[in-house]
Ligand binder design. Structure first.
Ligand code: NDP
Length: 282
């Protein structure tokens, strides 16, 4: 990569930031298309977020991704929000449009694109069982509702959190049926039996985070399974799905790639080279 006086800077704000795959993914994409851009990781602590965002304007940075723990806190420093970012209440991409900072959320749309690309599944008219009620779950739930899911059941360890998310979704989407259940027992087994799509948006499956209370006998072959976890690539849930003969079960790598690809498109206006981005991350 050759940095010149004309090179445009983009990057990512987060803390910690060492683990991020995004610089690899975006810089490979810029090289592949011969674009004079450079993507840099910025370690930003919470108390410095405001000045870091002001720095986007001051330094004419073209855009940044926002990751943990700033996705919600950054909103108050922005000039405008996209429809998805507003509904999800979190921003993962900032676009600097001539000094105006616009917050986007490409996580949910990244999920929808990956669900189609990797599992050949559309959400429209489907019944979705979503495990987890944190930030990722909210993004996925909003996107599934925007895509016309007929029903979304949220199962969470802390049922109160699932109830709150369901209340929010009910206020914003009138055509989808929503309910909250605990992440275990008979209700969970019944939810799986009735679902078309099972999505894991909990942290369970990450190394050292325990196992989901789901066994092989709970799953049916036609269930589509999407695990947001991508490290390890064959997650514990995907192992069980394999044993149960589930035909379509994928990890969250595609979501990571597509959220990046959509951010790339926002910043450059070019079609992202998705295969190059995928190869860089793998
Ligand atoms: P949050 O911390 O906001 O939410 C974590 C969720 O996991 C909560 O629902 C929490 O339940 C549940 N949970 C955590 N530990 C346990 C446990 N031991 N037993 C039962 N439930 C548990 O995290 P995020 O929503 O931001 O992220 C969730 C997952 O999604 C992470 O693994 C993250 O890596 C992944 N992710 C993947 C993306 C991708 O591109 N593929 C994008 C974003 C996230 P409770 O409310 O009871 O605490």
């Amino acid at each position: 990569m050759k940095i010149t006086g004309k090179t445009k800077i983009v990057g990512i704000f987060g803390y910690p930031i060492e683990h991020t795959f995004s610089p690899l993914m975006h810089n490979a994409a810029f090289s592949a298309l011969g674009l004079d851009y450079c993507y840099i990781p910025f370690e930003v602590q919470s108390e410095d977020l405001k000045s870091a965002v002001e720095g986007i304007r001051a330094l004419n940075i073209r855009g940044v991704n926002i990751t943990v723990p700033h996705k919600e806190a950054v909103i108050k420093y922005l000039d405008e929000l996209s429809k998805e970012a507003k509904l999800i209440g979190a921003v993962n991409t900032i676009e600097n449009k001539g000094g105006k900072l616009i917050g986007h959320n490409t996580d949910g749309r990244g999920f929808i694109k990956s669900l189609w690309d990797d599992a050949k599944t559309r959400v429209n008219g489907k019944s979705v069982l979503l495990l987890g009620a944190g930030g990722a779950s909210k993004g996925v739930a909003v996107s599934c509702a925007l895509e016309g899911a007929s029903e979304i059941i949220i199962a969470n360890r802390t049922v109160k959190r699932a109830d709150e998310l369901v209340g929010y979704l009910k206020r914003n989407f009138k055509k989808t049926k929503f309910s909250a259940i605990p992440l275990d027992g008979h209700e969970l087994a019944k939810g799986i039996a009735c679902a078309d799509i099972l999505i894991n948006a909990t942290s369970i499956g990450l190394k050292g985070k325990g196992l989901l209370p789901i066994s092989q006998k709970d799953l049916h072959r036609d269930l589509v399974i999407y695990d947001l976890i991508y490290n390890p690539q064959i997650t514990p849930l995907l192992k069980i799905a394999g044993r149960a003969g589930v035909k379509r079960a994928v990890n969250g790598l595609g979501m990571l790639i597509y959220q990046g690809a959509l951010a790339f498109q926002i910043w450059t206006g070019k079609n992202p080279p998705v295969d190059v981005m995928k190869k860089a991350v793998l």
